[in-house]
Design a protein around this ligand. Structure first.
Ligand SMILES: [Zn+2]
Length: 259
């Protein structure tokens, strides 16, 4: 196991998302995979963790929740798949509570996509910390019993050192992507599916937007196709933790660490 981790760390320095990430960004595993949980009497039965040896990808959905989000959730539920939803603060109100509750109940991850979809690199360090805390509180209040997120998708994928420093001090990680389906641009289910089929690799993070009917149409084919290829559709948290490390705050992830 130790040797495997050393090898993984060595590989992480050499490659990232198929060679896109720089060596400086490559994280090093610090926590052994699947350490046994504390056997607390009141602890809920844990969700079955994905087999780390199986190919897996994380589907991510930005800019919601919208009137299309329930259709995405229907598809995930139907195929026994999970996704990660990066929601915008201004979209959240009393009416979206059942939608976010359903995300949580299905085992999906819920992450932050800013209050108003602002380019965070235009804000100060303090401004970023404040917004992260406000976003997190908004999501927390949507879920029965609360939900504390540590994931943030920077709007436009726009990230700099100031934002990363704010993320680190506010206990959050940046989640970007390795497959951009460009669904917002093409609005064409065929074109979206073509990108998914051509670019998906083990450990990929795929970017979609749950605000377009064409994306829902593409997912209707993409989800079963991915499963037929043997990919398990997991949350971003599961994808990262399956590499043997816990999520590192201030880190920027584009795919499963070591890929
Ligand atoms: Zn967005």
């Amino acid at each position: 196991m130790k040797q495997a981790l050393v090898l993984l760390a060595a590989l992480a320095l050499l490659v990232g998302c198929g060679g896109n990430a720089s060596a400086a960004d490559a994280p090093v595993p610090t926590v052994p995979a699947f350490a046994p949980a504390d056997p607390a009497a009141d602890a809920p039965v844990p969700e079955p963790t994905p087999d780390p040896n199986r190919p897996m990808v994380a589907l991510t959905f930005d800019d919601g929740p919208t009137s299309y989000t329930p259709q995405v959730l229907d598809l995930l539920e139907r195929y026994g798949a999970k996704g990660t939803f990066f929601v915008i603060g201004r979209n959240l109100d009393e009416e979206t509570k059942p939608v976010l509750q359903r995300m949580a109940d299905l085992g999906c991850d819920i992450g932050m996509h800013d209050l108003t979809h602002t380019d965070l690199t235009r804000l100060s360090y303090a401004g970023n910390v404040k917004r992260i805390q406000r976003m997190r509180a908004l999501i927390f209040d949507q879920i029965d019993g609360g939900y504390e997120t540590h994931l943030l998708r920077p709007p436009f994928g726009s990230l700099n050192k100031t934002v990363r420093r704010a993320l680190r001090s506010a206990d959050a990680a940046s989640i970007r992507w390795s497959v951009d389906t460009l669904d917002w641009r093409s609005k064409d289910p065929g074109a979206i599916l073509k990108i998914v089929k051509a670019q998906t690799r083990d450990g990929a993070i795929l970017l979609f937007h749950d605000r377009l009917p064409s994306t829902v149409a593409a997912l209707r084919k993409a989800i079963p196709w991915l499963q037929e290829q043997g990919y398990e559709l997991v949350t971003v948290t599961e994808l990262i933790e399956s590499s043997g490390q816990s999520i590192r705050y201030g880190e920027d992830y584009r795919c499963k660490p070591g890929r």
